[in-house]
Write a protein that binds this ligand. Structure first.
Ligand code: SF4
Ligand code: F3S
Length: 484
C-alpha cells in the first residue's frame, strides 16, 4: 500500500497553488491522496502568517494531532508555508512531534525531508533564504479540470508597512515568459478553459529580466493559446498599472473584463504611512482609464480599516473614494498589528471600537454599491463557466453555480439538462442580489466541454488540499497581495 497524504492549506492563492505542487511532488514520489484525511500517513500543513493568532491556531492543530501520532508511530507531520518560514526551528521546539519543517523556498524538498526524517528518526528543518527552484517547474496535482493557477512571479520588492509577505516570500523572482506560456498551453491542451496568472505584484513582472512591458505582452500571448477561453490575473499594484496592460486587456478577447486592484485606503496620508506609493487620485484615474477601454469591467479591491493614525477625516476620504470607484466587490479588513511588520510598532493604533464602527459603515456603503451593480445586470445574458465547489446551491432550488466572465458569481436553474462542472452555459439574469446573480429562466445555451467530461470521471472523495470538491480556483477569491 502506498503511504497516503493530506494537505491542509491556509492563506492566499499562492499557498493554494503551492499545495497543488506539494501534492504533485508527493504523488510523483509514490504517495497517494488519503481517501479519509483523518487516516492519512502524512499530514502537511501549508501555513499562512498573516491571520491573527496564526501561530496559536497552528500549535492548537498540531496539539490535536498528537494523540493520533502517538497511536500510529508511522504517521508523519510536516509544516510548510509562510509561518514555517517565519518560525523555523521554533516549531519543532514547541511541537517536538513534528517531523518536517520546510520554508516557502523549499517546497521541492518535501518528499526527501519526509524520507530523511523517517530514516534518521529526527525532525528535519529546511529553510532557504532565497528561491532556488521555481515552484512552477515542480509536478502539480491540480484541483480543477477547468481552471488553473499559473505562477508568473514569486516574492515582492515593495515594502508596504502592514505586510509580512516580502520577508517570507523574498524579493520578486520572475519566471521566463516562455516557461509561463508553455504551462498555459499545456493546461489548455488538457482541456482547462480558464487560467489565472498569479504573482504578488503581477504588473512589475519583467523587472527582473529588464522588460517593463512583459506583463502586457504575456496577456496578449495568452490570447493566442488555442482552447483558452478565460484569462485572469491577481494581484496588480496601482503603482505599476500602466496603459499598455489596459490596452492588452481590452484588445485580447480571452482576457476577462475583471480587475482586482487593492486600494487599501482612500486617504493619501494613510497611503503614505502604509508606504503605498500611489495616491487616491491616481487610483481613480486608473479606474477611469480601465472603464473607458473596458466598459463592462467588474473592478474589485481590498481595503484596510483602522490603520494606525487613521483619523475620521482619513476614513471619510476612503468612503469618498469607494463611492466614486463603484467597486463590484470589496474585501474589507480591520487592521490588526502583525508582528514583524513596521506598522505593528507605530504609535496611534486605532481603538478596536472605532475600527469596528468604521468597518461597519464601509461595509454598508459597499454593499449598497455592489447590490446596485448587480441589479443593473438584471435582464442581461451572461456566459457562465459552471463550478463544482460552489455547487448545487440547495435541494429546494436545484440551482447550479459558476462565474460569469467578469467574475460575478451566478446561481442558475439547470432545468433537465445534464450540465457538468466545467461546461459553459448562457443564462439571463433574473435577479441581482448583493453578492451574486440569480438566473431562474431557461438555459439559453449549453456547451459540453472536455473539462466537463473529466468532471464525470470518478475522483477520490475529499480533496486533501482543503479546497471544495473538484473545484475551482475561482476569480475574485480575495487577495494574494498582503492579505490581512
Ligand atoms: Fe508586496 Fe502586496 Fe505586501 Fe505590498 S501588500 S509588500 S505589494 S505583497
Ligand atoms: Fe503567505 Fe499568502 Fe499568508 S504569501 S503570509 S500565505 S497571505
Amino acid at each position: 500500500m502506498p503511504r497516503s497524504y493530506t494537505i491542509r492549506t491556509y492563506g492566499c492563492q499562492m499557498n493554494v497553488h503551492d499545495s497543488e505542487r506539494m501534492a504533485g511532488l508527493l504523488e510523483s514520489a509514490g504517495y497517494a491522496r488519503a481517501e479519509d484525511a483523518a487516516e492519512a500517513d502524512v499530514v502537511v500543513f501549508n501555513t499562512c502568517a498573516v491571520r491573527e493568532n496564526a501561530d496559536n491556531k497552528l500549535y492548537g492543530n498540531l496539539g490535536h494531532l498528537r494523540p493520533a501520532k502517538n497511536a500510529r508511530p508511522g504517521m508523519q507531520i510536516a509544516v510548510g508555508g509562510c509561518l514555517a518560514q517565519k518560525d523555523r526551528a521554533e516549531i519543532v521546539r514547541r511541537a517536538p512531534w513534528v517531523d518536517v519543517v520546510f520554508g516557502t523556498h523549499n517546497v521541492a524538498a518535501l518528499p526527501v525531508l519526509l524520507e530523511r526524517a523517517r530514516h534518521n528518526a529526527t525532525a528535519q528543518v529546511e529553510i532557504a533564504e532565497a528561491l532556488e527552484v521555481f515552484p512552477s517547474t515542480l509536478p502539480a496535482r491540480r484541483e480543477s479540470a477547468y481552471a488553473g493557477w499559473v505562477s508568473i512571479s514569486v516574492g515582492c520588492n515593495n515594502t508596504c508597512t502592514f505586510c509580512i509577505v516580502p520577508s517570507l516570500r523574498g524579493r520578486e523572482r520572475d519566471r521566463r515568459p516562455g516557461d509561463v506560456l508553455a504551462e498555459v498551453r499545456a493546461l489548455a491542451a488538457e482541456g482547462v478553459l480558464e487560467v489565472t496568472l498569479l504573482g504578488q505584484n503581477v504588473n512589475s513582472y519583467g523587472v527582473e529580466f529588464g522588460d517593463r512591458g512583459a506583463f502586457a505582452k504575456l496577456l496578449r500571448a495568452c490570447g493566442d493559446v488555442p482552447g483558452l477561453e478565460r484569462v485572469r490575473f491577481t494581484s496588480p499594484h496601482p503603482r505599476e498599472f500602466r496603459s499598455d496592460v489596459i490596452a492588452a486587456m481590452a484588445e485580447t478577447p480571452n482576457v476577462c473584463p475583471q480587475l482586482h486592484m487593492p486600494l487599501q485606503s482612500g486617504s493619501d496620508a494613510v497611503l503614505r504611512a502604509m508606504r503605498r506609493s500611489y495616491r487616491s487620485g491616481r487610483f481613480l484615474e486608473i479606474l477611469d482609464e480601465v472603464r473607458a477601454s473596458i466598459p463592462e469591467a467588474a473592478i474589485s479591491t481590498d481595503i484596510i480599516v483602522g490603520f494606525p493614525g487613521e483619523t475620521d477625516a482619513d476614513f471619510d476620504a476612503t468612503l469618498e473614494v469607494v463611492a466614486k470607484a463603484r467597486f463590484a466587490q470589496a474585501f474589507t479588513f480591520q487592521y490588526s498589528p502583525r508582528p514583524g511588520t513596521p506598522a505593528a510598532s507605530l504609535p496611534d493604533q486605532v481603538p478596536k471600537a472605532v475600527v469596528q464602527e468604521r468597518y461597519e459603515r464601509l461595509v454598508a456603503l459597499q454593499e449598497e454599491i455592489s447590490w446596485a451593480g448587480n441589479r443593473a445586470r438584471e435582464g442581461r445574458v451572461v456566459e457562465v463557466l459552471v463550478a463544482t465547489g460552489e455547487g448545487r446551491k440547495d435541494a429546494a432550488t436545484r440551482r447550479l453555480s459558476g462565474r460569469a466572465r467578469d467574475g460575478r458569481l451566478v446561481h442558475f436553474t439547470p432545468g433537465e439538462a445534464a450540465i457538468r462542472p466545467g461546461d459553459v452555459v448562457s443564462v439571463a439574469v433574473t435577479y441581482g442580489a448583493p453578492h451574486h446573480l440569480v438566473a431562474d429562466g431557461p438555459v439559453l445555451s449549453h456547451r459540453r466541454t472536455r473539462a466537463g467530461d473529466a468532471a464525470e470521471r470518478p475522483r477520490p472523495s475529499g480533496t486533501g488540499l482543503g479546497l471544495p470538491g473538484f473545484g475551482p480556483p475561482v476569480a475574485a477569491a480575495g487577495t494574494s497581495c498582503g492579505a490581512l
